[in-house]
Design a protein around this ligand. Structure first.
Ligand code: ZN
Length: 280
């Protein structure tokens, strides 16, 4: 799930998965048909056959259970206390397997780190892979990370979350201090080899890392082709057969390039200026 703008009323709305309810109004049951199911229904209707649909909605809210973020690191050789965070989330929507959302992202960040770990040299800074426990149902994994690692946040050099499925990488964007622009321009040049262009828009930063911006952590965004992503996401169709290995390999390569360049940059990476620490 990508972070969404929820408007200025968000403080008084209760969060219930993908639905937002006004606490002063009755909660109206809601159901949605996935795109492939809707296509199937449309084709049967087009054939002239009579269609009868029965919808069973059996969702419920249960008490919270205990879970954990999973964290691994490649410790930097020169500035081990400075951290480049690569994130993804372990949980998924209950209907499918979560291959796209977000096993693909977990695979990308783990594999990018594994490839870097195999290099003869370690980067200057630490690369930390964080697999968040709970993104889909309220982002408590990201909240727990920010509070548990609060004293380290000022030493986070950058954060990137991969959470956009299997689509090929298309663009690179960021929220960073002006002094970081030369480094980002060098990275952009390297990414051109993977047909990735700099973006004039920031896009949407990962939901689990967006909260780090308020402490000045620079955020990075690797855009992916989302043409088919929302056909499957949060449905029973989010299964392994939707993964496109060649495209995911490119995403992994780009993630490794970004992680290495940020972690090994010789110059200091400054915080995002105070007046740029809020998302639109
Ligand atoms: Zn997701």
């Amino acid at each position: 799930m990508l972070i969404r703008s929820i408007g200025t009323d968000s403080n008084r709305l209760a969060h219930t998965g993908t639905l937002w309810y006004d606490p002063n109004q009755p909660r109206i049951p809601s159901a949605a048909l996935s795109a492939p199911d809707a296509d199937l229904l449309a084709s049967i209707l087009a054939s002239g056959a009579a269609v009868r649909v029965r919808i069973t909605v059996a969702c419920e809210n249960r008490a919270n259970g205990e879970s954990a973020n999973v964290i691994g690191e490649i410790v930097g050789h020169e500035k081990p206390g400075e951290i480049v965070l690569l994130g993804a989330h372990l949980d998924s929507w209950d209907l499918g397997r979560g291959a796209l959302d977000d096993a693909a992202g977990c695979g990308v960040v783990i594999e990018a780190a594994r490839q870097i770990a195999q290099l003869p040299a370690r980067p200057r800074r630490t690369i930390r892979v964080v697999l968040y426990a709970n993104e889909e149902n309220g982002q408590s994994g990201s909240e727990a990370y920010a509070s548990t690692h609060a004293t380290e946040l000022e030493f986070h050099a950058a954060a990137l979350e991969m959470d956009s499925g299997t689509g090929r990488p298309t663009a690179f964007s960021w929220r960073a201090a002006p002094s970081t622009l030369p480094l980002l321009a060098q990275m952009t040049d390297l990414l051109r080899a993977l047909s990735i262009a700099p973006s004039t828009e920031e896009g949407e930063f990962g939901a689990d890392v967006a909260n780090l911006l308020e402490t000045g952590v620079p955020l990075l965004n690797l855009w992916q082709d989302l043409t088919t992503y929302f056909d499957y996401h949060h449905t029973a169709n989010d299964t392994f057969d939707k993964i496109v290995p060649r495209d995911l390999d490119k995403v992994t390569a780009a993630t490794a390039v970004i992680a290495w360049c940020m972690a090994d940059a010789p110059s200091a990476i400054e915080r995002v200026p105070q007046d740029h620490r809020k998302l639109e």
